[in-house]
Design a protein around this ligand. Sequence first.
Ligand code: AMP
Length: 472
Amino acid sequence: MTDLVTEAVNSEVPSFSTLGLAPELLRSLTDSGYTTPTPIQLQAIPVALAGGDLMAGAQTGTGKTAAFALPLLQKLLPLANSSTSPAKHPVRALILTPTRELAIQVEESVKAYAKHTQLRSLVVYGGVDIRTQTPHLKTGIEVLVATPGRLLDHIEQKTLQLGQVQMLVLDEADRMLDMGFMPDLRRILALLPKQRQNLMFSATFSNEIKKLADEFLTKPQLIEVARSNATNDNVTQKVYQVAQSDKEALLIQLLKQADAKQVIIFTKTKITASRLSRSLIKEGIIADAIHGDKTQQERIKALDAFKAGTVTALVATDVAARGLDISELPMVINYEIPSAPEDYVHRIGRTGRAGALGVAISFVSDDEEKYLIEIEKLIKRQIPKETVALDKPAARSRTTHAKTATHSKTSYQDKAQDAAPTRRPAKQKSSDPWFDKPYEPTSQPPQNDVTRTFSGKKKPVAALLGGLPASK
Ligand code: AMP
């Protein structure tokens, strides 16, 4: 994004109209508030409009959805019509995504970009009654966004014909492979006409992805807007070294101190996600959990509330790590870092999207050091480690976390010390009355606009969130 800005200042400002997009699409882009194409859009749109296959390496938040949706809609424009006959609206473009959430978001974008056209779109995904989707399919739609399993269900039930598909998009192809969708993909692709355009998007370029491209794409043009496996430069990353047993107290303290408005907290398991969300609620933090055991309705409800700002903290497993697009999400916290390093990239990609700044904080216990090493190898950089000491307010002993309240201040300055049997003597009571105040979710930030670091020093809130250079 920074490169794009520099480029724009130095040369002619790139615009959507110079990419040759139709007036109907330009109008919807103006409605969406887009003024300048992102780098992936600048590169991918001309290639896709020219009709060639594309293999694009673009991480989440780069504007990749518009990069494939706009040329796709433009190519279908000559076929748009107002007929009420379903036969006049066969599926002509198929967009496959790994998760329901991503499918929903992609289709929302397609709908927004197509709003001044007569092209119709629909999303189908598992976890909801298939019969609710069938009537919509039967009315006829040109652009279908689907998760692979549910698409195959519809094909089996003969509620869907794919004989006229001329464009295929594989979105987050690496994730589809990770999730074991390869057999489903093979089955689906065998049902599509051979003569078609294929656009493949992937955040990472593994050997498996290259194999997939060899199998399904024809002489694809390779586009990469950022170094593969890189993380977004807009995201300030930090590691807090903390014992597993102290993570919950640290999280609560951090959320309260930062007066955080919208934070996604990632856990490894569904059980931890649910438990943590309950603990946050007990502390007065408006939280909800989103994971694979929740029904689709519950997931959508939680996500909508989070997007609307009525839920402050969304505790999620990796099922939610892909595709979620929450504009200007300021903060992601990895309560537990993922064992698969790629998941780290996807998780922190929830913040710092489309040029906005974000902070990604990872709580790392001794046991998780090995995963951190793998993550740093993948992203080819060291994540700054912060020295934190946890002030545990006396109030915490009133909660169910009496275990963590037995030692009120733990230093993580030295991991060896953390592992050692002796700890600093426990304080009887929090020395800072601020922590004993009841939490007020809608209150203004603390009047003096300072908060404490975990070592007790004062730093501006913005610095804690990575927004200001940390003072030495
Ligand atoms: P994506 O990577 O497709 O999930 O897009 C990330 C976010 O960027 C979404 O909220 C898009 O609406 C937004 N976006 C995409 N393209 C642009 C653009 N050219 N200008 C501003 N925002 C954009």
